[in-house]
Write a protein that binds this ligand. Structure first.
Ligand SMILES: Nc1ncnc2c1ncn2[C@@H]1O[C@H](COP(=O)(O)OP(=O)(O)OP(=O)(O)O)[C@@H](O)[C@H]1O
Length: 253
């Protein structure tokens, strides 16, 4: 069976600098995979390459068995969507929740939009009476629920999550993480998550890849976050630095 996401020998350059070097990652359908590593290691760049937001890249990217380049923008949007760190920046300030959620349906010529918007709002835990509110009239957590809802409107199976909770208050982070766990189970989603927070990885993911200076230095199951069984020295360092944080998120989650 083809993978949800198959990245082979991906390299990305900004100007003359290689920021991602020869990275291969295969994420199975229904799996939740985390990319971790220090700031600037190239995590977000990999997600951006998948969604076509970097100009200078080499390698192969397949989504659901189809080469990224063979999927037009419309078809790609039905397979894969990205959720960004800051929902305030990623939502149009002058669009209501209704306008934001109906737009993908309108672009794709999908009818029955009112009912679908209301159903999706319920599905992400947003009261439908917020339907005609603007982003500034919502809390941070509600805004991130709108961003997640927007990503799901076309029923894609692959979600790329770029630090989806790190811009939120700690109390709200747990709510959004729980929502992501529930949505994955209900909809059979595949996640690729970028984060600095290893406790979030334990909570949400099955497997993780450790990036260091643009290279994938280790891939392992999340059990390594409990027993510390990392092989690569850099991955061990990252794990040691995170010790103690796990209990806090497990309690919150
Ligand atoms: N548009 C851009 N132009 C030039 N360099 C960029 C651009 N975007 C990112 N970079 C550089 O590419 C490298 C990788 O950035 P990237 O955002 O992928 O890292 P990251 O691991 O996601 O970091 P963080 O955890 O801080 O978000 C960094 O050195 C960054 O400065």
């Amino acid at each position: 069976m083809s993978a949800a996401l198959d990245i082979r020998s991906l390299s990305v350059r900004y100007g003359r600098t290689d920021v991602v070097r020869d990275v291969s990652i295969r994420v199975a359908r229904g799996e939740s995979y985390a990319l971790v590593g220090e700031s600037g290691s190239g995590k977000s760049t990999i997600l951006r390459a998948v969604v076509g937001m970097v100009p200078d890249w080499r390698g192969e990217i397949e989504v659901d068995g189809a080469p990224r380049s063979a999927l037009g923008q419309g078809a790609f949007a039905q397979h894969c969507q990205m959720v960004f760190q800051d929902p305030y920046a990623s939502l149009h300030p002058r669009r209501t929740v209704d306008a934001t959620l109906s737009e993908p349906l309108r672009i794709h010529g999908i009818g029955n939009r009112d009912a679908q918007v209301i159903e999706m709002m319920r599905s992400v835990g947003l009261d439908p009476r917020y339907r005609f509110r603007f982003p500034h009239q919502l809390s941070g957590g509600q805004r991130q629920r709108v961003a997640i809802a927007r990503a799901l409107m076309l029923d894609p199976k692959l979600l790329l999550l770029d630090e989806p909770t790190s811009a939120l208050d700690v109390s709200v982070q747990a709510e959004i993480l729980n929502l992501l766990v529930r949505l994955r189970a209900e909809r059979g989603l595949t996640y690729v998550l970028v984060t600095h927070a290893l406790p979030v990885v334990s909570f949400l993911c099955d497997r993780l890849g450790v990036l260091h200076k643009g290279q994938l230095v280790e891939e392992t199951g999340v059990a390594a976050l409990h027993d510390g069984a990392f092989r690569a020295p850099y991955a061990r360092e990252l794990y040691q630095a995170s010790l103690g944080a796990g209990d806090r998120v497990r309690d919150a989650g």
